[in-house]
Design a protein around this ligand. Structure first.
Ligand SMILES: NCc1[nH]cc(CCC(=O)O)c1CC(=O)O
Ligand SMILES: [Mg+2]
Length: 322
């Protein structure tokens, strides 16, 4: 035998030399859940180790994470039913607790990269990402609401706007309004290939944002498809997106690779709530080693071609490698 692949695996130092993919805390964005009020820190029941914070404790959490080397955060608000309506008006109320908190994060920590979420579902009495009329999700009528929401978030100082709604044309629509309003430096990370997935369950628990009727299959993609991701990637690129995101990550590693092979923009992947909770739940039963599983999962997402990973494991990973 002239060729013996095992020679390159013979010791830790040799294995390190031939290692192709590396993971760093700088690759990660930590999603955080915000609730109204003060001095509140409530664990999400279906996501052990993940909390919903009021603004004061969210700021503390960010400070802790900064010490661990995490520099990018994506904040999602959980709104009470009483503030929801059919047109998501609370989303662009400048006095709403979400926008106030975003403003405060950038004021206290100007160095962080702050990302926000754009979609109607947290504020919608229908629980859908777009405007509902007679049981249908309207596309073009939703764009105006998404753009108003984006402008309010840009005005609060957000670095990256994250449209997670999957309406057609929203990246261009938002880009134009931001530019006209002087926010030419505000980036857009588009949820480009977002699939209608079972893995969002724990997130919808965290935000109380499950759809009140039907499902999201008329706007989120069919898990059976990959060609469509190329169309979505083309459109978002043309419309001015700065990052293309694939979501979820693990059942869609082929889509991450597909987009990375076809588009020069940096690819982001969202390691979603259900993917986190699966590992946590089996670790609690003693069936899997949480740390090793986390490292393997994050590495696989990078290896597939993601430059950026949004993950609930961010803080745990940062603590582990510190
Ligand atoms: N705009 C909705 C939104 N934004 C982020 C997630 C899921 C994130 C996760 O599961 O971690 C969802 C869920 C959905 O589409 O219902
Ligand atoms: Mg699209």
């Amino acid at each position: 035998m002239l060729r013996r692949p095992r020679r390159n695996r013979k010791s830790d130092s040799v294995r390190k030399l031939v290692e192709e993919t590396s993971l760093s805390v700088k690759d990660l964005i930590f999603p955080l859940f915000l609730i109204e009020g003060s001095n509140k820190k409530i664990e999400v029941q279906s996501m052990p180790g993940i909390f919903r914070f009021s603004q004061d404790l969210l700021l503390k959490e960010i400070e802790e994470c900064l010490k661990l080397g995490i520099t990018a955060f994506d904040v999602f608000p959980a709104y009470p039913e009483s503030l929801k309506d059919s047109v998501a008006s609370e989303s662009y109320n400048p006095e709403t607790f979400y926008l106030k908190a975003l403003r405060e994060v950038k004021k206290q920590f100007p160095e962080v990269c702050l990302m926000s979420d754009v979609a109607m579902d947290p504020y919608s009495s229908d629980g859908h990402d777009g405007l509902v009329k007679e049981g249908k999700i309207l596309n073009d009528e939703t764009l105006e609401i998404l753009a108003k929401m984006s402008l309010a978030q840009a005005d609060a100082g957000v670095d990256i706007i994250g449209p997670s709604d999957m309406m057609d044309g929203r990246v261009g629509y938002i880009r134009e309004l931001l530019d006209e309003s002087g926010f030419t430096d505000t980036s857009i990370m588009s949820y480009t290939a977002k699939y209608a997935s079972a893995f969002y369950g724990p997130f919808r628990d965290a935000l109380d944002s499950a759809p009140k009727f039907g499902d999201k299959k008329t706007y989120q993609m069919n898990p059976a498809n990959s060609q469509e991701a190329l169309i979505e990637g083309d459109l978002d690129t043309e419309e001015g997106a700065d990052f293309l995101m694939v979501k979820p990550a693990l059942s869609y590693l082929d889509i991450i690779k597909l987009l990375n092979d076809n588009f020069p923009l940096p690819i982001a992947a969202y390691n979603v709530s259900g993917e986190y909770s699966m590992i946590k739940a089996s670790a609690e039963k003693g069936w899997i080693e949480s740390d090793r599983a986390m490292l393997e999962v994050l590495l696989s997402i990078k290896r597939a071609g993601a430059k950026v990973i949004l993950t609930y494991f961010a803080k745990e990973y940062a603590s582990l490698v510190k």
